[in-house]
Design a binder for this molecule. Structure first.
Ligand SMILES: Nc1ncnc2c1ncn2[C@@H]1O[C@H](COP(=O)(O)OP(=O)(O)O)[C@@H](O)[C@H]1O
Ligand SMILES: [Mg+2]
Length: 364
């Protein structure tokens, strides 16, 4: 997959800018605060309907403006695909080849993307929600139905929480909560299966990559940790019982205590939790392995590599890991967009694009 051109209108610090990309490595170079990351964010948003950095579209609007527009030309199995994303009057409209899509899920995943920035270390060190988010963002690109599933599930959790807050005061009955539990069970099971399937595949691929990165000296194990149970089979089997058992405690604490909204991904490094014991360098290798595994999994499923966006990553990696990454990209001919500041002299070949105060031009 490849991006050929991008037009950003009133998106972040871009008023109306068009940029063309070439196959292979595209290097966005410029000082801090010029708009390099904003370009990657624009592409990520255009392809996934989400920003990697913020929750609300409001922040993506160029200051004082009330609509933004993104247009991208892509190549997928030698076919041209044009995608558009418009945000106007607090509403989103997306189009594939000029035709509006009824739902965002008909659109997401048309062209795939992997985004990698130093902030991704939070996947290792941060709380469970960061690891769930990593899985969910990947699944959403591959199975767009996952987004609707999560939205429906979150709504149910909100409604059950609201009920729990007024339970005593309104003298409600368990049966009212059990109605919501039936839905938590139905939707939750699907979420758990999607996430644990992906985790298994990530474990296979990233395990090899990590071993490779450490000359087979170190080993990682990744597993999805559902409902506090040792195995997925056990979790799914016990789910209905757990939902019932927790009711009393849920009423007491006024919160929903059981379900995949509290799950985690366990990452073990040489048998110990990486979150607690991994050094800075090991964390970087871990994230690098996971990102390279994502590239691999997408290409296995779609028959083509996704577009890779690397935001300030190269300067953070040591020589060995950097060469490993660059080698993998070049070997697989993955189109990659890399940001770096002017002073860095890390890459010698590629298409250089200079970014300055919201303008982009090809460097000779
Ligand atoms: N909504 C916005 N409207 C206009 N400018 C913005 C908006 N959000 C961020 N900016 C500007 O964008 C610049 C940061 O862009 P960014 O892509 O993060 O820089 P970098 O080149 O360092 O990656 C800053 O100058 C910031 O003031
Ligand atoms: Mg940046």
């Amino acid at each position: 997959m490849m991006i050929k051109g991008l037009r950003l209108q009133n998106f972040r610090n871009y008023q109306d800018e068009f940029v063309q990309f070439l196959p292979g490595t595209n290097i966005l170079i410029g000082d801090n605060g010029q708009g390099k990351t904003n370009i990657l964010e624009g592409i990520y948003y255009l392809l996934t309907g989400k920003s990697y950095r913020v929750q609300r579209e409001q922040e993506l609007l160029r200051w004082e403006q009330n609509e933004f527009h993104l247009y991208g030309d892509f190549l997928m199995s030698h076919h041209k695909v044009s995608l558009e994303s418009h945000y106007r009057d607090k509403k989103k409209i997306v189009k594939i080849n000029q035709v509006p899509c009824r739902r965002l899920s008909d659109f997401v995943g048309t062209i795939n993307v992997v985004f990698f920035s130093p902030d991704d270390l939070i996947m290792i060190k941060g709380g469970p929600s960061e690891r769930r988010r990593f899985l969910d963002l990947h699944i959403a690109q591959m199975r767009p139905g996952h987004v609707s599933l999560l939205n429906a599930y979150n709504k149910v959790i909100q409604q059950k929480s609201a009920l729990l807050k007024t339970y005593v005061e309104k003298n409600l009955k368990y049966s009212q909560l059990q109605l919501w539990n039936a839905q938590i069970l139905e939707l939750g099971e699907k979420i758990i299966r999607n996430r644990s399937d992906l985790t298994k595949r990530l474990q296979n691929v990233s395990g090899h990559i990590y071993a490779d990165l450490t000359s087979q000296k170190e080993k990682i194990q990744i597993s999805y940790f559902a409902l506090g149970k040792k195995t997925i089979d056990e979790a799914l089997f016990e789910f209905p019982k757990l939902l019932n058992e927790k009711l009393e405690q849920e009423v007491e604490r006024q919160m929903v205590l059981i379900g995949p909204h509290r799950d985690d991904v366990h990452i073990l490094l040489n048998g110990k939790p990486a979150r607690l014991y991994a050094s800075q360098g090991q964390q970087r290798s871990l994230v690098l392995s996971l990102k390279l595994a994502e590239l691999d999994l997408i290409s296995q499923e779609k028959g083509e590599y996704p577009i890779l966006l690397l935001d300030d990553v190269l300067s953070e990696l040591d020589r060995f890991r950097r060469d490993y990454l660059i080698n993998s990209i070049e070997l697989s001919r993955i189109q990659t967009l890399i940001t770096m500041t002017s002073g860095e002299n890390i890459l010698e070949s590629g298409t250089f694009l200079r970014v300055e105060q919201g303008h982009i031009r090809r460097d000779p």
